[in-house]
Design a protein around this ligand. Sequence first.
Ligand code: GLA
Length: 388
Amino acid sequence: MDEDIRKDMIKTYRLEFGKSPEVVTSAPGRINLIGEHTDYNEGFVLPIAIDRRTYTAAGIRGGKLFIAFSREISKKTSFEIEAGKFERSNFWVNYIKGACSLLSEVKPIEGMNFAIGSTVPRGSGLSSSAAFVVSIIDAVTHLYDIKIKDIEVPILAQRIENEFVGVQSGIMDPFVAKFAREHNALLIDTRSLQYEHVPIPEDCSILVCVTGVKRALATTEYNRRREQCQQAVSALSEKLNKKINSLRDVTVGELKSVENEMDRTLYMRAFHVVTENERVVKTVEALKKDDRNLVGKLMLESHLSLRMSYDVSSPELDAFVEISEQLDGVYGARMTGGGFGGSAICFVDANYENELANEIARKYKDRGYDNGVVFIARTGGGSHIERS
Ligand code: GLA
């Protein structure tokens, strides 16, 4: 599928701008195997890039004008650069404006043309926005020969989402979009930004179960969870009488010792984050020992914690997990990404991947959910230049 879109992006660019692009970049969507809502608490995450990507074909046009065409929504938009600053406009263009604005602080840039196409399903919790913004950053830095370190790409991408788009997301999504490697999960310590590639057993597959439910409250609730974690940090600093910068600095034992003195909701939020960090570390150990049943068990524990303690699941996500857990050949299942709809994932025996994908889709539909899609996700590599 991606072979076609890669060629198509060059054609699309020619059609829209009357000449060939100077560069085509791409970056992947992702699922997160485990480590949810930990990245903005300086914790551990274990995402995997998938074989669905966002492509940006771009070229310099000079002057002040920037023109962007989105193949997916068939929309063309233009904007101007004014002393390195842009005005916010509609949602997707803000990512491009953010990238151009922050990069123009590193080196002056002039007008550009962009054509963007993607096979990452949008609004499905598969991080289409990080794939998009990372492919834009790669295109602009390539066109203007802007020298930034690889590690700065996800940092910049996160700033763009936080400052220009208004989602207080963590660093996981752009980080994996930049540093992923095929057949591997990526263990990221979001405090030190050190990372390690962790191989996935060859005969295991990942199924992505897209609920088909738009994540209406996702941004508001997401930002609220971040605030609650901050409040938990303040409460814990006081109750434990020690300096705590983030929930990463708290052990399960310490947390339990002040359970009765803390606001119940804040305690539950912190409990999820602190135990989830432990689950990520255990999952990495289990993968290294090829103990896939343990990986599956930890995934289910993570899901239950997100549902009961963190309160970010939804009936559709719970349905996918319940259905999957009853089938032979499934090691484990859980929601993935921010929650409130979006997608769930199943870690399964590759020998039965097709049967399981069909069976899960059928059972989900039987429960009255008509817009679900289940697909087998192959792993993908990090962002790169496709053609220049
Ligand atoms: C969204 C955010 C990530 C992360 C997850 C939850 O995908 O973009 O930074 O916080 O939610 O783990």
